[in-house]
Design a protein around this ligand. Structure first.
Ligand code: 5AD
Ligand code: SF4
Length: 468
């Protein structure tokens, strides 16, 4: 039996829960789906077990991510003590890529909605509710929308309800780069930038609601505005948002090395509110593999971009993504990857075993690397990344800076905040609360975090930059 949605009641009030998998784009989309459901009269709950509608906002980037959807559906479809089960919504990139297959593999799913169509979620729920329960099984999805409309969904979303000190703001979606391993151009479509004025307005709303940090997000965030021509670019947007008085920190992610323009690099030198941190995926340290990946950059051009960034902002912390075991990757190619990790000195980085994604060019390339080799390379790469992160954290001991408090720590009186370099900093402090920016000195460096102590006043970031 389906929760409270029934054919008798086409506009029920239900408790909803949105579970997010994958990237920050999905975190943003999950929040916006929540906004839509709340605007439709539904009420948010913290756990799927207590919800009448469960939205699973999925990720398709690697195989494992898709499997999580099916295991969650398996749990959710089991009848509860009162015989009911929640309405199950499969949203996000798995829904986009595998809509029909989800229907076949998991008939319990009631609504299937892609990442470009979720503004239609309330209508799809109503459509699902209008189908009598005995029709279940006769068709594989109650309601489905995986269209990729030309008009952006953002025009159809209600006002944001975000509360909290740190907020995401999606500025562009989609990708035209077609790296040969990646499904994103197929699931999220081509690059589409949101209008500049809409973004300024949304940022103002967030700041008025208490946000002191905004992270501008997009699959290719630094391509923002480039497809339109004209002045609406990412550095222009950052400069505009830096004028908002209540806003203290600006970040952006994820960037492609190809779109690191001179103006964006200069923004790191010129805009103190732009945090000294950049996530710039390289994927491999071997130019030969980068070519096979269709990355449009080489090892050398990537390193040259980083040199320019460091000239602009000497204390900038760098992060990256790596794939090991791309088809044809030899031990020599992998050694180039290990070498780039030590050469760059990443503050942190993410690494993945290559995963064959159906429909992508690399999936059918010759010389697929055996699983055991991938695993062994991943372990060596992760050890190198962890050592580098630890070295970065140790090198920051003694820095006076500010942290933005985000969550409670494990011990009483402890809070965890973020440094400008995106390190998690553990601090024991009284009289401060989550959402505050407090002055600290970094006292210890761990592999994945730093410890800090409160101090009276932090030097301003520009002064710190001059000292770096
Ligand atoms: N296999 C493994 N990792 C992948 N990524 C993207 N596609 C794949 C794949 N097929 C990684 C890339 C990307 C990150 C978000 O996920 O490193 O930057
Ligand atoms: Fe995928 Fe490459 Fe586009 Fe990033 S740039 S989303 S890895 S195709």
């Amino acid at each position: 039996m389906v929760g409270r949605l029934s054919s008798e009641s086409s506009q029920p009030v239900s408790r909803y829960h949105v579970k997010s998998f994958g990237c920050q784009m999905n975190v943003y989309d999950s929040e916006r789906m929540g906004d839509l459901l709340a605007a439709d009269g539904h009420v948010a709950v913290d756990s799927a077990d207590a919800a009448d509608i469960v939205v699973l906002n999925t990720c398709h980037i690697r195989e494992k991510a898709a499997e999580k959807l099916y295991s969650d559906i398996g749990r959710l479809k089991k009848p509860r003590a009162d015989g009911s089960r929640p309405v199950i919504v499969a949203a996000g990139c798995v829904a986009q890529a595998e809509g029909a297959e989800i229907g076949r593999r998991a008939p319990a799913v009631d609504v299937i909605v892609g990442p470009l169509a979720y503004h239609n979620l309330p209508a799809l729920l109503r459509e699902a509710a209008a189908i009598p329960a005995d029709a279940r099984g006769a068709r594989w999805g109650r309601a489905i929308d995986t269209d990729m409309p030309a008009s952006p969904k953002f025009d159809h979303l209600p006002a944001r309800r975000h509360q909290g000190a740190s907020a995401f703001l999606t500025v562009q979606e989609g990708c035209d780069k077609f790296c040969t391993f990646c499904v994103v151009p197929y699931t999220r479509g081509g690059e589409v930038s949101r209008p500049f004025a809409d973004l300024v307005r949304e940022a103002e709303t967030l700041v008025a609601a208490g946000a002191v940090e905004i992270t501008l997000i997009g699959q290719n965030v630094n391509a923002y505005g480039l497809e339109l021509g004209g002045g609406a670019t990412l550095p222009a947007l950052i400069a505009e948002l830096a004028q908002l008085e209540g806003l203290k920190r600006i970040r952006y992610t994820t960037s492609h090395p190809r779109d690191m323009t001179r103006a964006l690099i200069d923004a790191h030198a010129e805009i103190p509110k732009l945090m000294p941190y950049l996530h710039l995926p390289v994927q491999s340290g071997s130019s030969r593999i980068l070519k096979a990946m269709n990355r449009a950059h080489t090892r050398e051009s990537y390193l040259a971009t980083l040199a320019e960034l460091r000239a602009a902002r000497p204390d900038i912390a760098l992060s990256g993504d790596f794939i090991v075991g791309f088809p044809g990757e030899t031990e020599a190619d992998f050694a180039d990857t290990l070498r780039i990790v030590s050469e760059v000195g990443y503050a942190q980085a993410y690494s993945f075993k290559y995963s064959q994604r159906p429909g992508t060019p690399a999936a059918t390339m010759a010389d697929q690397v055996p699983e055991a080799v991938k695993e062994e390379r991943l372990a060596r790469l992760q050890a190198a990344i962890t050592a580098g992160a630890h070295a970065f954290n140790l090198a920051s001991v003694g820095r006076h800076t500010e942290i933005l408090l985000e969550r409670p720590g494990r011990k009483p009186g402890q809070l965890i905040g973020k440094t400008p370099w995106l390190q998690s900093a553990v601090v024991s402090v009284t009289g401060a609360k989550i959402g505050d920016l407090i002055a600290v000195e970094i006292t210890e460096g761990q592999p994945n975090s730093v410890e800090a102590r409160p101090v009276d006043r932090a030097p301003s970031l520009p002064a710190e930059r001059a000292a770096a």
